[in-house]
Design a protein around this ligand. Structure first.
Ligand SMILES: Cc1cc2nc3c(=O)[nH]c(=O)nc-3n(C[C@H](O)[C@H](O)[C@H](O)COP(=O)(O)OP(=O)(O)OC[C@H]3O[C@@H](n4cnc5c(N)ncnc54)[C@H](O)[C@@H]3O)c2cc1C
Length: 533
């Protein structure tokens, strides 16, 4: 049986960072197993490919939740990357660290070494090449606002009229509205695989196997020692001399723990799985951002006019081919940020987006980004930063190739339902500004000022959708009765096994989760290397 010092399961946002950091010294052998294919695909590299990969089974797990009790039994589509780079290869490219307070909350929950003062330098390191080694792996966090749609300038004025802090300056963390930063480099997607894995691929101590679907972790007593995966129809088992590092994401990591015998003992026994550790917390505390888009008909051209016509598509295709610029090189989420829904709050509690295009079939399992609404339209959307509703990821079968049951329980917490109305009223304030009205060709499609609170909530329940920030299903915390991992991301009660991806978040961060996930993996690598000595 082949042996590696470290076996990383999942080559996504976190797995690629781990692979780079753990192989950098040349001292340790590392195997990275990824269920999906290579990311050398046209639509993975082109930023607007996001709209195409959204439903592409070759690179996407394409999960759905169970019928959601607080959404009238609606199932919510959940795309997840299944390709090198994971969800960072199919995501909407927005880069935001969140708020310092998010990480201070992690530390206050008993996770030493995760406060913002400690993790800010880790973000800095991710984002910038080392001055002495400019070729070192790093993530391009780009300000593409010079190419963003003109509506952005109007949006800044709309926010100012609506008493929200806004400026034409991109923000990488904290409060305020402006152009979003994106993970792009020279007009191409800069996923975790591009930023970290590609530069490390040449190292002789890194082995990468794509199309390797991990089926289970093997244990000797309470020590994780091996990983079994399926590759081209055959089963392979490899040994980990030092540690096994799960980076299969907020769905994949708890699923693999459960099929391997770490989970709720009664449930596992019911499926005929030998129990290694009775740990009912595995798969619990699933968190996500859940938001809504309000659509407006504009009296000027938006990206609908570009993507909605052959002429527009050809022109922006040529612009992209010759200059690597134009709408194909950008995220659809161009402006937004974190704000307070009420002046009395200590911290922002609401994230806002302005997209200079519109598409309506958000929640029906179809996102027709390249076939937008037939009128000139734009979107203003929002979600709550730190919703309290929690869900579960639970296996239905002992086989890793059968998708687990995902119950997000969106809006199950009363405070989240209250926040929907409060935050929608902030959007109503924006709707009523003279500046926004001056942009409209027609009344807003959702006339919030004519809707009572029950109608606002009912509309949100009917049309709301995930913002794709699943996390927390193997959360860290000092007490095994309430958390799966300790503060060094080791599975409580198990040796040789850590979870180092978005599943480990003790609490959801306020903004987009890709940056925090890569930071967490980088910090995890620091800890793993410290513990290796
Ligand atoms: C459509 C979409 C849009 C998003 N937009 C943004 C955005 O604009 N900005 C932002 O910050 N965040 C965004 N996110 C969220 C962000 O991308 C994720 O939070 C982040 O990528 C999670 O990283 P991860 O490493 O935990 O998981 P992933 O990146 O999903 O990686 C998990 C990897 O493990 C692999 N895997 C799973 N199970 C197995 C198995 N059994 N065997 C082998 N491999 C396995 C998967 O194939 C995958 O490659 C978006 C996500 C999606 C899906």
């Amino acid at each position: 049986m082949r042996e590696f010092d470290y076996v990383i399961v999942g080559g996504g946002s976190a797995g690629c960072v781990l692979a780079e950091r753990l192989t950098a010294s040349g001292r340790y052998s590392v195997l990275l197993l990824e269920a999906g294919p290579s990311d050398r695909r046209f639509w993975v590299r082109v930023p607007i490919g996001y709209g195409i990969l959204f439903h592409q089974r070759a690179v996407n797990w394409m999960y759905s939740t169970e019928p959601e009790p607080h959404l009238d039994g609606r199932e919510v589509y959940q795309p997840r990357g299944k390709v090198l780079g994971g969800s960072s290869s199919i995501n909407a490219l927005v880069y935001h660290r969140g708020q310092a307070g998010d990480y201070d909350d992690w530390a206050a929950a008993g996770n030493e070494g995760w406060g913002y003062e400690r993790v800010a330098p880790v973000f800095d390191r991710l984002e910038s090449p080392h001055p002495d080694t400019p070729d070192a792996p790093f993530l391009s966090v780009s300000d593409e606002s010079a190419d963003f749609h003109d509506l952005g300038g109007d949006f800044i004025d709309i926010c100012a009229e609506g008493q929200l802090p806004a400026a034409m300056a991109a923000r990488r963390e904290g409060a305020g509205i402006g152009p979003y930063l994106t993970t792009t480099r020279n007009g191409m997607r800069c996923s975790s695989a591009v930023a970290f894995l590609r530069p490390a691929m040449r190292r002789p101590n890194l082995t990468i196997v794509t199309g390797a679907h991990v089926e289970r972790i093997g244990f000797q007593g309470r020590r994780a020692i091996s990983v079994t995966y399926r590759h081209r129809g055959a089963s392979h088992t490899v040994r980990a001399g030092r540690e096994i590092l799960l980076a299969a994401g907020a769905i994949g990591s708890p699923q693999l723990l459960q099929v391997s015998g770490v989970g709720d003992a009664a449930h596992l026994r019911g499926l005929g799985i030998d129990v290694v550790l009775d740990q009912p917390q595995v798969g619990r505390h699933l968190q996500d951002h859940f938001g809504i888009n309000y659509i407006f008909k504009a009296n000027r051209k938006t990206l609908n006019d570009v993507f909605g016509s052959w002429h527009g598509r050809v022109m922006c295709g040529l612009d992209y081919l010759f200059r690597r610029r134009g709408p194909l090189a950008l995220s659809v989420n161009q402006f937004g940020g974190l704000v307070k829904s009420s002046g009395s709050l200590a911290r922002p509690d609401m994230q806002i987006y302005l997209n200079p295009l519109s598409y309506q079939s958000f929640h029906k399992g179809r996102r027709k980004l390249m076939r937008p609404d037939a009128f000139s339209g734009f979107i203003i959307g929002f979600n709550s930063c730190r919703p309290k509703s929690e869900g579960t990821v639970t296996i239905r079968s002992p086989h890793a190739d059968e998708a687990p049951a995902i119950r997000a329980n969106y809006l199950s917490h009363e405070d989240d339902r209250r926040d929907v109305v409060t935050m929608a009223r902030v959007i109503e304030r924006l709707q009523n500004t003279p500046r926004l009205k001056s942009l409209l060709a027609d009344d807003p499609l959702t006339p919030l000022d004519r809707m009572d609170d029950d109608e606002v909530l009912a509309d949100f329940q009917d049309r709301g959708g995930t913002v794709f920030h699943l996390c927390g299903t193997c959360r860290m915390g000092p007490d095994a009765a309430t958390a799966v991992l300790d503060g060094r991301l080791r599975v409580h009660g198990i040796e040789g096994l850590r979870v180092c991806d978005a599943a480990a978040f003790p609490n959801i961060t306020s903004a987009n989760t890709n940056a925090p996930t890569m930071m967490l993996a980088d910090r995890a690598a620091e800890m793993i290397l410290e513990d290796a000595h």
